[in-house]
Design a protein around this ligand. Structure first.
Ligand code: COA
Length: 388
């Protein structure tokens, strides 16, 4: 039985900040960001956008032709930007998406790896109950300390996937290679809004986990690099995917760049989406390969600091284009319709919640998306669905 991604959707924030502006503020050569990190812009969430509102947009897209929302019996919200230490962000969406009360809902966290853990968990559950459909929502807002090396890699976005038997987009193959180790390369204590990062260490760990997970995958699957047609990597900034691909080709003693280029059409304009980042690359590859990739094997490398790496693979299904082509159009539209903001607004959005910790607040209406965070009342998040 084939199990995998049946439908997929994407949402990013309504605002965008140019990295050339950030470079100007810090007196840094803009080429460092554009060529050194291969990033041009970052999506910026306004105060009334959060992982729930981004997740809603992505989920609505993934559900656009699902005539049987009742059949979704599992909602996993994957994030490292949770809005509550107890209640899953998915619970808010269970209501707005009108999901079945019999649906299990929970949140999963392991840095940027959680979405891939959610995917493997869903596939296993569907194997034992093929009628089950799962909705995975990977949603994150990357936030680093002002002036730190991570700041130019900030961004945000959400990817939602329906996972089912007989998938229309990509079958997930039954083998994978995992590598885990207790490390402190990137972490965010509960009291901190921003991540603490040993950036250079995280890059090295990512690459060594890639090598180890790949070795493990090769042993489990009996496949070689030649059997993989495209590779999507967890991509916190675009240069990271190039470094990863160089490492994988070095380990396999081959030279081959074309397996990664089509995965990087969106990340330079969005920035890091943490747990959604790998799936933004998958969307990019499916929509921008220039050739029909039906039947092709896609290698997927997930990495979550702290740290877990997993290499797994999928086979693109015939007819995937029917779903991906309209979606690619709406992703392009979402990127071009974002409002460009200057440095002062960028800082205002960045600092907004610092003044309101624990207080009741009505958020200014910035977001043009369907669902927005209206405010906080008695410590409860209040969302507003337009045209509800
Ligand atoms: N023109 C062009 N390129 C330039 C440049 C210039 N004027 N100045 C520097 N660069 C290049 C560097 O050579 C380097 O490229 P390389 O990695 O290919 O050698 C790149 O820009 C980055 O510069 P560098 O000074 O090495 O690092 P940094 O201090 O900017 O930090 C990270 C980079 C990734 C460590 C930082 O962005 C970070 O901490 N990010 C968050 C953590 C993360 O995403 N980790 C990844 C694994 S999850």
């Amino acid at each position: 039985m084939k199990i995998g991604i049946d439908s997929i959707g994407f949402q990013t924030a309504g605002y965008v900040f140019q990295l050339s502006e950030l470079a100007k503020q810090y007196g840094i050569d803009p080429a460092k960001y554009e060529h050194g990190l291969m990033q041009k812009q970052m999506s910026v969430a306004s105060p009334d956008e959060d992982v729930v509102t981004l997740g809603y947009g992505a989920a609505k897209q993934a559900l656009y032709d699902c005539d049987d929302v009742e059949s979704i019996k599992l909602l996993i919200f994957a994030t490292e930007t949770g809005v509550d230490q107890s209640k899953s962000a998915g619970m808010h969406l269970h209501r707005f998406l009108k999901l079945n009360p019999n649906c299990r809902v929970f949140e999963l966290k392991q840095a940027c790896y959680a979405s891939s853990a959610a995917l493997q968990l869903s596939v296993s559950m569907i194997r034992s109950d093929p009628k089950l459909k799962a909705l995975i929502i990977a949603s994150d807002i990357a936030k680093y300390g002002s002036g730190t090396p991570g700041e130019p890699t900030q961004g945000c976005g959400s990817v939602a996937m329906i996972v089912s038997a007989n998938p229309k987009i990509m079958e997930i193959e039954p083998y994978s290679g995992v590598w885990s180790a207790d490390e402190n390369d990137f972490w965010r204590p509960c009291y901190s809004e921003v991540a603490f990062v040993d950036g250079k260490h995280s890059v090295q760990l990512y690459l060594s986990h890639l090598g180890n997970a790949w070795g493990n995958y090769k042993r489990q699957s009996g496949l070689s690099f030649a059997d993989i047609d495209q590779v999507c990597y967890h991509t916190p900034f675009s240069k990271m995917a190039i470094k990863a691909h160089n490492e994988l080709t070095r380990l396999n003693e081959v030279e081959c760049n074309e397996k990664v280029n089509s995965t990087l059409h969106y990340t330079p304009y969005i920035g890091n989406c943490y747990t959604a980042a790998l799936y933004v690359c998958l969307l990019s590859m499916l929509g921008n390969s220039g050739v029909d990739v039906s039947g092709k094997r896609v290698g997927m490398f997930a990495y979550g600091s702290g740290s877990v790496g997993e290499f797994f693979s999928g086979i693109v299904q015939n007819g995937y284009k029917q779903r991906i082509e309209p979606l690619s159009g709406s992703i392009q539209e979402a990127l071009t319709s974002r409002k460009i903001i200057g440095f002062d607004k960028f800082r205002e959005f960045y600092n907004f919640w610092n003044d309101y910790r624990g207080a009741d607040v009505l958020t200014p209406a910035y977001s043009k998306n369907k669902l927005r965070l209206k405010g906080i009342t008695e410590h409860k998040r209040v969302y507003e669905l337009k045209d509800a």
